[in-house]
Design a protein around this ligand. Structure first.
Ligand code: ATP
Length: 342
């Protein structure tokens, strides 16, 4: 799928600004961004629920936006499962088949076989005769997914499908969704504002902000090499400090080290992750004072005063230096510093 220059403005408010990105065949693509970044609007454009002001989508060699919605064969699942309350699980799943264009409508026996296959795919065997009210939230979302898959979609569009579920169920469904995707083999676009969910699930992640695409890459690429401070900050906990790069050297608050490759010269901001640091009692590093410690098993959280801020850093208990106690002066060395122009 190739999305070229899609823009969409709602009464002068630009929700999408010239967004271009490509998804490979059968790829699992996550659209990640904060609230209002345009994720749902892009999904609705793909579904045919929204007409863009400009731009093009090509899919399977076709001009996808020119296809009538029924011909696009997209399966959709939303955050608030829109199951038919008066229909059983089986009837809900079969529904999409009954509204196919006549020539593509399967026979009753085919529908029965297909519903059975889908129930087994989404691991809801035996629940076919239940009504939605008799299911848990997670089970309802599985039914919604089975219903979306029933039409053998060419593209599966998921808008925060687990957004209304609790964290534990979300994590389970995430793993499960990935398996279902791999078995069904369908190009999938998954909207989420949860970076962990996107990084966990997707083959590639498209990060949006204010209607613009900020970066597109594998979870590893975007996490290891965030294109800008926004992406860095959005993908995980962040410590940021002002600094200067001069003659290939980075200087931050009395600490000097080789500037990372590609660092801009002049005033910069140093970014690092709170768990990517080494502690020592002296030697080079950022001067810090330990304020408080708390442990969750081997993961120790260390609150430090650093460059006039209070920051929470993480250490691995068994490898932590012995003198790391409240009140101690320590040196903190960011192991993977990233530098952006200030
Ligand atoms: P969320 O995570 O909150 O769902 P999102 O990234 O999906 O956010 P969109 O729903 O695509 O964001 O909305 C992008 C922007 O466009 C928002 O500021 C929203 O208020 C605006 N918008 C979306 N749909 C409409 C509409 N029909 N009319 C007016 N403005 C709209």
């Amino acid at each position: 799928m190739e999305i070229h220059g899609i823009s969409k403005t709602f009464s002068r408010f630009p929700a999408l600004k010239n967004v271009s990105l490509q998804a490979r065949d059968k790829e699992f693509l996550a659209l990640l961004g904060p609230s209002g970044s345009g994720k749902t609007t892009l999904l609705r454009v793909l579904a045919g629920l929204e007409q863009p002001d400009s731009g093009e989508v090509r899919f399977g060699g076709e001009d996808f936006l020119a296809l009538p919605v029924r011909r696009r064969r997209v399966g959709m699942v939303f955050q608030h499962y829109a199951l038919f309350r008066h229909m059983t699980v089986g009837q809900n799943i079969a529904f999409g088949l009954s509204v196919r264009p006549r020539a593509e409508r399967p026979s009753k026996d085919e529908v029965r076989a297909r519903v059975a296959d889908l129930l087994s795919l989404v691991q809801l065997e035996g629940l076919e005769k239940r009504f939605p009210a008799q299911l848990s939230g997670g089970q309802r979302q599985r039914v919604a997914l089975a219903r979306a898959l029933a039409i053998e979609p060419r593209m599966l569009l998921l808008d925060e499908p687990f957004g209304a579920l609790d964290a534990q169920v979300r994590r389970e469904l995430r793993r499960w969704l990935r398996e279902v995707h791999d078995r069904a083999g369908v190009t999938t676009v998954f909207v989420t504002h949860d970076q962990e969910e996107a990084l966990d699930l997707a083959d590639r992640v498209a990060i949006l902000k204010d209607g613009e695409l900020k970066q597109l890459g594998t979870p590893n690429e975007v996490y290891e090499n965030p294109a800008d401070p926004f992406v860095f900050d959005f993908l995980g906990a962040t410590v940021r400090l002002p600094g200067v790069v001069e003659a290939g050297r980075l200087q931050v608050d009395g600490w000097e080290t080789a500037a990372p490759a590609g660092a801009p010269a002049g005033k910069v901001e140093l970014f690092f992750r709170p768990d990517e640091v080494a502690f020592s009692d002296k030697g080079p590093g950022l001067a810090a004072e330990v304020r408080a410690l708390s442990a969750r098993g081997p993961d120790v959280r260390i609150e430090c005063a650093l460059n006039g801020q209070i920051v929470e850093l993480h250490a691995h208990g068994p490898t932590m230096p012995a003198g790391l106690l409240p009140g101690a002066a320590v040196r903190v060395t960011p192991l993977r510093p990233r530098v952006y122009a200030a």
